[in-house]
Structures are given as structure tokens and as C-alpha cells.
Design a protein around this ligand. Structure first.
Ligand SMILES: [Zn+2]
Length: 284
């Protein structure tokens, strides 16, 4: 007994058991950058142990086996003019906007796809409930894979001419949720300026979560605005459905913008930084 006590005292003072120096972070929203090795080591250095990645299929594959971070691989679709918004690289080798469901199914079977997203319906100029997406939602349902849909606004220079702001409204999810009620769905960017609509969908649909990417990035959204949004989500009782996401923002800044929210308890921060995402991404 005293040996254990000695060990604990020693361990504490040598730092092994000291209070968490850095957060344990599951980043549910990253895209590929030009320098994959640098990107991964920056995320790792910030405490990210797991991340959901969506980018062009080719670039995505270069992440495999590169770091200690457990990467979940997504599937971007539909791609406006076959391209990833902003970086404008082709999404798929053949340049198509929509990968074929048969190809997707074979990739799911080999374990190369962990989720559907980022779904770019808004950039493509269609509703997230457009029937063009149904074969993909059906596959997600069949294999119990989560679906992440871009909702909200967009930054400048996305290069998607069909983009329409009003298509970022989470109320548009109602119809597809009626058809695919068991889908594990997450609203990306917390719906951004449509956060009230996101809240109402999340309150009425058990399987709908949201990530905090972009809205938690102080380089894009002022901290005071983020605080207002977070208060609305928390007051609505949604602390179990919010997930951390950086969307390639400065990871240290984005972590500290959540960290410094005084309205969150330590337990709520743990939920947001990883626990909610762990539950959401778990196969049923
Ligand atoms: Zn997005």
C-alpha cells in the first residue's frame, strides 16, 4: 500500500499524473492541406488523437499510415464541376461530380470509407434533401456510416458557381430525415448563421449532432458571436451533441476558443472535445 502511495506521489511530482497539460481532442472536421506531414504533426502536437478527414480521394489516400492520429476517411460529394471547393483539385480521378454508388460500396467493403462527408449539396446548388442524394444516404444507412453535411455560409473564393446561401438552412434536412430516420447525421459548422434552425432539428431528431468548426475559429467569427451561439446550444440542452472541429483553422487558437468559454463546465468541455464524437462515430 505504502509503495503505491510513494509511486503516486513520485508520479505526481514527476509530471506523469499532473493535471492535463493538453486536451485530448477528436477533430471531426479536417481537410487535406498541401503539406500533409506538417499538418498531421501540428494536429498531433495540439493533442488531436483522432480526426475525420474529407478531401479529394487522391489526397486523402496519402494520409494513410502517416501518423499516430487515427484518421476516419470521408467521401466528399457532390463536387461542383468535379472539384473540391477552394483548393479546386479534382475530387475523383475521373473528374466526375458524383462517385458511383457501386464504386463507393466496394470501397466501404474494403474499409476505405468511414463516413459520408463533407456533403457539399449547398455548394452544388441543391437541397440536402434532393433525391439525387438518396442513393448515398441509403448506402450510409445500409452500412451504418455517419453523414456530415455542410450547412451555413461559405468563405470567399470557393469557386462553386451554383452555391446558394439559402441552401445552408438545416430545416432542409427535415425531408431526408423523414425518409432516413435512422441516419447518424451531423450538421457541419453548427449551421453557422442558421444555428437556431440547427438547434430545432437537433432537439427533435435523436441522431442529429453538430460540429463547431468555423464558428469556433476566432480568425473567422468573433469570439463574442461564438459565445452567443454556444450559449444557445447549451441552453437548448444540446451539450451531448456538439463536437469539436477545426476545418483547418489554427488548431491551437480553435482549441483555446472552446477552452476559454466560461459558460462551459469541465465536464461539458470533455464532451465537446472528444466524448460526444466517440459516441457519435461508434458503429451501432
Ligand atoms: Zn464546410
Amino acid at each position: 500500500m505504502s509503495n503505491i502511495l510513494c509511486f503516486l506521489i513520485l508520479a505526481f511530482f514527476s509530471g506523469i499524473l499532473s493535471p492535463e497539460k493538453e486536451r485530448k481532442v477528436f477533430d471531426v472536421h479536417i481537410h487535406g492541406s498541401k503539406n500533409v506531414t506538417a499538418q498531421l504533426s501540428e494536429l498531433e502536437g495540439a493533442g488531436v488523437y483522432k480526426a475525420a478527414l474529407s478531401t479529394s480521394w487522391d489526397l486523402q489516400n496519402t494520409f494513410r499510415g502517416k501518423s499516430k492520429i487515427r484518421i476516419l476517411y470521408g467521401l466528399m460529394l457532390p463536387c461542383p464541376n468535379g472539384k473540391v471547393p477552394y483548393s479546386l483539385q479534382p475530387c475523383y480521378e475521373t473528374g466526375q461530380d458524383w462517385p458511383s454508388p457501386a464504386w463507393i460500396e466496394s470501397r466501404i467493403k474494403t474499409g476505405e470509407i468511414d463516413y459520408f462527408g463533407e456533403v457539399l449539396s449547398q455548394y452544388y446548388g441543391i437541397s440536402a434533401s434532393d433525391s439525387l442524394l438518396f442513393p448515398y444516404y441509403a448506402l450510409a444507412e445500409k452500412y451504418d456510416l455517419p453523414v456530415g453535411i455542410h450547412m451555413g455560409g461559405a468563405g470567399p473564393g470557393h469557386g462553386s458557381p451554383a452555391f446558394r446561401m439559402e441552401l445552408g438552412n438545416p430545416q432542409l434536412l427535415k425531408q431526408m430525415l423523414g425518409r432516413f430516420p435512422d441516419l447518424r447525421l451531423w450538421i457541419m459548422h453548427g449551421g453557422d448563421q442558421f444555428y437556431r434552425e440547427a438547434i430545432s432539428i437537433m432537439q427533435t431528431h435523436r441522431n442529429v449532432y453538430a460540429d463547431l468548426s468555423v464558428i469556433s475559429n476566432p480568425d473567422i467569427i468573433p469570439g463574442e458571436k461564438f459565445r452567443v451561439l454556444m450559449k444557445a446550444f447549451i441552453d437548448a440542452g444540446l451539450e451531448d451533441k456538439l463536437m469539436f472541429g477545426s476545418d483547418n483553422g489554427d488548431i491551437a487558437k480553435v482549441i483555446s476558443s472552446v477552452e476559454s468559454l466560461e459558460l462551459l463546465s469541465e465536464a461539458q468541455k470533455k464532451k465537446i472535445f472528444y466524448a460526444n464524437a466517440e459516441r457519435f462515430f461508434k458503429k451501432r
